[in-house]
Design a protein around this ligand. Structure first.
Ligand code: AMP
Ligand code: GLY
Length: 420
């Protein structure tokens, strides 16, 4: 098969790396890819947002299977475009992807199907939202309804901050039309876990639960980012709790979407928080997590392409997803200044080492005259496996220590929360 991966981050590098190992796959393409992906796949410089451009490329190359990395093309209907023209693609339809594309829709599905989540109110009028926020318990969480590149969730511990958040989203339109509606939500406390499943519309197979590190600084301080590192498996989700999450959260979501006539075929990512009252949903994503993919794919023994084809055929009922019995840690190396503004085009040193003990997934990189330089906020994801979590951490950080560029920044505590 010729397989096309859409996107150009660390998640997509991990996808390319994994898909390439499949016995079904002859050639991997990626659009747009990055400097690291270019070593493993044929890259075509089409942005992931250009769904028509990608469709034309896939039809010209007679791609046998397209797998979508990021959410935006899914929410924009890339799957509908491919399928209506008879081209095989894996991911949810535009209507099913609304589970990530609209937080108001996600809350509707959660509430209608009695799936545990934070208490909330949705608003489309600023004055009404303002009135509500003046009386609500603090802290409170304010979320733009639509896609906001991971920046649309504001945690507010004072009323002033909450009103400022509403103004930012609804009046100043900091996230454009994504902020036409907002969710005002109860603040929950607990460990966060990412559970990612592959669904055929009816059944799910589950990849290993992982934990992201969203804040920029150690000990979860500072602003949210796309994710500064991840590890898997997570110690505080045992088999009993996992079964409960499947039964109370994942399956009812798939069934609820089918009832809405939005059958969900694709990757379903539940952002969970383990509260004293039990696991609750913080958000759904319609794709693999990044950096989570950079730990769960190296830990996977099963063939991803085989699972994806079974999902497309509605055949996941008897599919058994297998993992290596190991631990994985991924440390993200970011550009100094991220998630605020940062400089690009910094030459990256150390990539020539042979990383026997680690995978160096590229995110924001590009090649200029034989040099690999930075080209984004998150630059590299360095993953190592180990027999224990401490061993995986030690190996990942040893590899990170061999790579450098001007302003490089990474968290020093990825995995530490898992050392119970
Ligand atoms: P989301 O994009 O909805 O996952 O939100 C991004 C991050 O904000 C989450 O990973 C949490 O760390 C935090 N967050 C979102 N909703 C809540 C909530 N209701 N209570 C506490 N933290 C939250
Ligand atoms: N790591 C969080 C996400 O992919 O949304």
């Amino acid at each position: 098969m010729k397989v096309l991966i859409i996107g150009g981050g660390g998640r997509e590098h991990a996808l390319v790396w994994k898909v390439k190992q499949s016995e079904y796959v002859k050639q991997v393409y990626c659009a747009p890819g990055n400097a690291g992906i270019a070593r493993d796949a044929i890259c075509e410089d089409i942005p992931a947002s250009d769904i028509k451009g990608i469709f034309h490329f896939a039809s010209r190359k007679r791609i046998d299977l397209t797998i979508v990395g990021p959410e935006a093309p899914l929410v924009d209907g890339i799957v509908d475009l491919f399928e209506s023209n008879g081209f095989p693609i894996f991911g949810p339809s535009e209507k099913a992807a609304e589970i990530e594309g609209s937080k108001v829709f996600a809350k509707y599905v959660l509430e209608k199907n009695d799936i545990p989540t934070a208490q909330y109110q949705a608003f489309s009028e600023f004055d009404e939202a303002k009135r509500y926020v003046k009386s609500v318990d603090l802290p409170v969480v304010i979320k733009a309804d639509g896609l906001a590149a991971g920046k649309g969730v504001l945690l507010c511990d004072t009323r002033e901050k909450a009103l400022a958040a509403l103004t930012k989203i609804m009046v100043d339109k900091a996230f454009g039309s994504a902020g036409r509606k907002v969710i005002v939500e109860e603040f929950l406390q607990g460990q966060e876990v990412s559970l990612i499943g592959i669904s055929d519309g009816e059944h799910l197979v589950y990849l290993v639960p992982s934990q992201d590190h969203k804040r920029i600084y150690d000990n979860d301080q500072g602003p949210n980012t796309g994710g500064m590192g991840a590890y898997a498996p997570v110690p505080f989700i045992d088999n009993g709790l996992l079964e409960r999450v499947k039964k109370e959260i994942m399956l009812p979501t798939i069934q609820g979407l089918a009832l809405e006539e939005r059958p969900y075929r694709g990757v379903l990512y539940a952002g969970l928080i383990l509260t004293k009252q039990g696991p609750k949903v913080l958000e759904f994503n319609c794709r693999f997590g990044d950096p989570e993919a950079q730990v769960i794919l190296p830990l996977a023994k099963s063939d991803l392409v085989e699972a994806v084809m079974a999902a497309r055929d509605g055949n996941l009922k008897d599919f058994r997803w297998k993992n290596h019995k190991q631990h994985a840690v991924c440390v993200v190396i970011a550009s100094g200044g991220y998630p605020g503004s940062y400089e690009k085009n910094k030459k990256i040193f150390g990539l020539e080492h042979s990383f026997n003990d680690a995978f160096v997934y590229h995110a924001g990189t590009k090649e200029i005259e034989n040099d690999i330089v930075t080209a984004g906020g998150r630059v590299l994801g360095v993953t190592a496996l180990g027999k224990s979590l401490p061993e995986a951490m030690q190996k990942a950080y040893a590899a990170v220590g061999r790579i450098t560029f001007d302003g490089a920044y990474y968290r020093k505590d990825i995995g530490a929360k898992g050392l119970l």
